[in-house]
Ligand binder design. Sequence first.
Ligand SMILES: Cc1ncc(COP(=O)(O)O)c(C=O)c1O
Length: 284
Amino acid sequence: MTIAYLNGKFVPLEDARISPMDRGFLFGDGIYEVIPCYEGQLVGFQRHMQRFDQGLAAIHLENPMSDVEWQSLFHELTSQNQGEYQGVYLQVTRGASAVRNHRFPADCQPTVFAYTFNVNAPCNGDPATATCYRVATAQDRRWKRCDIKSVALLGNVLHMMEGVDAGADEIILFNEQEELTEAAACNVFIVQDESVITPPLDVEKLPGVTRNMLIDILRGQDWRVEERAISRREVTNADEVWLTSSTKEIAPVIDIDGQSVTDGKPGPVWAEAQSLFARHRFSA
Ligand SMILES: Cc1ncc(COP(=O)(O)O)c(C=O)c1O
């Protein structure tokens, strides 16, 4: 049984109830985060909380708790739930009001929800234990505030299903200039001629915590990491392509639109990068 947290109480997930007038339900009016917790230790806690604050500020919602309160809530929740490797999901919506109106209501109590789910044990860079991804590609048709980690994810959901319907596990997206943005639920990196390259952050991409941790870890080891526009051609011709997210860390892409990436196996640069990430994930 999963224990969830809802508005101040720990309850079995199946008993957690919210109002159908909740603006998260009606408008997708809320912000969320997913934070890994391995053997009781949160990964990237400060970075996740900073992005959460930025998302809440962007939609004019106050953070209902301090970082210290969030941290103790996550520790309580992960200890009440089973599993050495968990993901903590948290979301705050603007809450329920009596009237459905696009305008923010004046008198709304935010809805605060968190629960945990089991994730795979993280990889230490051994290709034998890597989860590899086959991806499709498409033009990015989402809105122009993809930098906000909003619960309004229909654009991402539809892109993910485009990938799934094409027989892939994820989908890599390109803007109207045919430049790489991100994937439906991940950021994207390529490796070309020993350089690790990822697109710069802007309103077309989520500022991924894993992305930013990885850049800092690699630069800390004197790797060359470029943040610049990447054309579709560069993605197709890359030596390696990676997806990054909190629950995947760094995942090798082995196939794009039915074409193998290099020899269709996790590459040597990925193995080194994931192994470095594993070594530094709690300190980055
Ligand atoms: C659209 C999108 N981009 C990137 C990411 C990766 O972000 P993070 O590394 O913070 O999990 C996610 C994660 O859910 C995502 O949904």
